[in-house]
Design a protein around this ligand. Sequence first.
Ligand code: PEP
Ligand code: MN
Length: 283
Amino acid sequence: ALDGVERVMPVLKPYKMVAKESHPDPAVVKIGDAEVGGDSFVVIAGPCAVETREQTLSATQVVADCGAQVLRGEAYKPRSSPYSFQGLGVDGLKIMAEAREQTGRPFVAEVLDARDVEVIGEYADAFRVGARNMANFTLLSELGTQRKPVILKRGLTSTIEEWLLAAEYIAKGGNDSIIFCERGIRTFEPATRFTLDISAIPVLKQETFLPVIVDPSHAAGRHYAVKPLALASVAVGADGIMIDVHPCPEEALCDGPQALLPDEFEDLISHVRPMLEIVGKHL
Ligand code: PEP
Ligand code: MN
């Protein structure tokens, strides 16, 4: 009855802008030209970290040739130990920009700190917030002011509701190009690096209109488990997968045990393709 009121809706969830109620149709988020969501399935792949120019260009060329639409390869690495390799910083972003030039594929880069948003935004086609930063609210708010998409990984011990609220921080700032990424949670089970919460995908599909992808590499931490978990992700309705690929995993400075060899990645994609047909999606 009030002037200027177009629509009234009951607000029941603690998150509002990312809730399905506010936007019943699934969103398609674009990373460069690559579509994520709806019936478009995205494969993001590349090395965990940019270590050298040769290692990065070799891995990114292979994944692009196999059909990956988006590249990964991190320049800023969140490491549990301060003595581990921390990434090449801006030099790593420059190598990824060269990989984009060479393959014609956009790339996503992890951002650890609100102070790096500007420089990463100059080079990368999308930001990624890693598991250890999911509750870095200053960083999330800063990404809300950006116009490039954000892949938001789930925190190691975060509930789905906390994860949705983290996305709400980004959306509230004005950026609703958000992609959720399930990457496993910490449980009592040490046989895998984390426990992939496969049920989070249908739950998120119920709660939000935003796309949901899965990182089976960081969840499993073991290369032999990456393919089965990737196929399970397709089966439960994920909108994409993110896969670590390294030309020589035994020499990797970061996360070698979970990296696929180029031919293992090719085999994975050849199994993903027919499954996508069954679930009505395409690469
Ligand atoms: C990564 O994808 O490189 C990464 C660090 O993953 P996570 O934040 O999920 O541990
Ligand atoms: Mn990693």
